[in-house]
Design a protein around this ligand. Structure first.
Ligand SMILES: CC/C=C\C/C=C\C/C=C\CCC/C=C/C(=O)SCCNC(=O)CCNC(=O)[C@H](O)C(C)(C)COP(=O)(O)OP(=O)(O)OC[C@H]1O[C@@H](n2cnc3c(N)ncnc32)[C@H](O)[C@@H]1OP(=O)(O)O
Length: 308
């Protein structure tokens, strides 16, 4: 499935340059899509649901709500990541879609981050494939030309926080039981350079350095203080606030906003694209270390004990 995605990715890069942006997402909203593709898209409009992702597109507003639905904690396994990238791509090439609200269908959890079982007790080929899927999710989301808003209706550690950070705007529910942050060091592992880059872009170098070294998880109000989220709202107002903010962003002409977004994000995207294979090799050699496997196993045991 990943291979299909990558082929599609390459094909899109070769399209003539009538579209607007970078090669990371599909930005051909007003031009070169064939009539066959358009027919296919219109039949897929309104609502599509896969195993772990559901998407509802309101054609009047041009806004899609994409929900993660992998109970109990929306941990990001290979299938979810792949479905996510495919669904986002579908929306990207859909002329009727200008914005995506990313949220969770699982109560109290936005996403528990990467599925730790994908990084434990498997072989090197599996780790490589898994990491490519993580990269693909990020390249699609961070590189999207659409307006992306994270409606964070629950806890959002590590990879869940990365997803939220990759959106244009973050709204979190005001519930002090929810936490958000890049807590990798608490698991005894290192966040890769592109996780580091994106949190630095959002909260600045000093706060990011402290946050990453200590693997900090923030309450909604503390997250707001350091700029990790843009708004804290009552739990029952998360979706409506996301829709209102989206409507505001969509008053801007797409072309100008998209080029501006691309300008801001291109350096980080380029960095991963350029070093993509090295990043996979690095991940595999890191994650297969005995000491790292042991740390992850201990962390999983701790989680399981806590749940009992
Ligand atoms: C030289 C080196 C240089 C560079 C490095 C190179 C490469 C980089 C290398 C590695 C990078 C890896 C980056 C990793 C990113 C990640 O995202 S790792 C995941 C981190 N996630 C977490 O720490 C969250 C852990 N979970 C929780 O804190 C809690 O579960 C929760 C707050 C999300 C929810 O709490 P509760 O509602 O109380 O639920 P439970 O804790 O009881 O959990 C229910 C159930 O789910 C299982 N589970 C939870 N999280 C995960 C997960 N992330 N993956 C898999 N499974 C998870 C949990 O064990 C419970 O299972 P059961 O006990 O019911 O079986």
């Amino acid at each position: 499935m990943i291979a299909t995605l990558l082929i599609q990715h390459e094909k899109l890069e070769q399209l003539p340059s009538g579209g607007t942006l970078s090669p990371y997402g599909v930005h051909q909203k007003h031009g070169q899509i064939t009539s066959q593709a358009l027919q296919l898209l219109s039949s897929q409009r309104r609502q599509f649901s896969n195993t772990y992702i559901s998407v509802k597109l309101d054609e009047t507003s041009g806004v899609a709500v994409m929900k993660l639905k992998r109970p109990p904690v929306n941990s990001l396994n290979m299938e979810l990541l792949t479905e996510f990238a495919i669904n986002l791509e579908k929306l990207e090439i859909d002329r009727g879609c200008r914005g995506v609200i990313l949220t969770s269908a699982v109560p109290r959890i936005f996403s528990a981050g990467l599925d730790i079982t994908e990084m434990c007790g498997k072989n090197a080929d599996h780790y490589g494939e898994f990491w490519r899927a993580v990269q693909e999710m990020w390249l699609k989301l961070y590189g999207s030309s659409m307006v992306t808003i994270a409606a964070i209706n629950g806890s959002s550690p590590a990879g869940g926080c990365l997803m939220a950070l990759s959106c244009d705007y973050r709204i979190i529910a005001n519930n002090k039981k929810y936490t958000i942050g890049l807590n990798e060091t608490q698991l005894g592992i290192v966040a890769p350079f592109w996780f580091k880059d994106i949190i630095t872009e959002v909260i600045g170098h000093r706060a990011a350095e402290r946050s990453l070294q200590l693997g900090m998880l923030y309450s909604p109000t503390d997250a707001l203080k350091i700029g990790l989220v843009d708004e804290v709202v009552a739990e029952d107002k998360v979706q409506s606030t996301a829709s209102a903010v989206m409507a505001q962003w969509l008053t801007l002409p797409d072309h100008a906003r998209q080029i501006t977004k691309s300008m801001m994000r291109k350096p980080s995207l380029d960095r991963l694209v350029t070093h993509r294979e090295a990043d996979i090799t690095n991940f595999v050699s890191y994650i297969t270390r005995d000491s790292i496997q042991k740390s992850l196993q201990m962390y999983m045991e701790m989680l399981k004990k806590k749940g009992r």
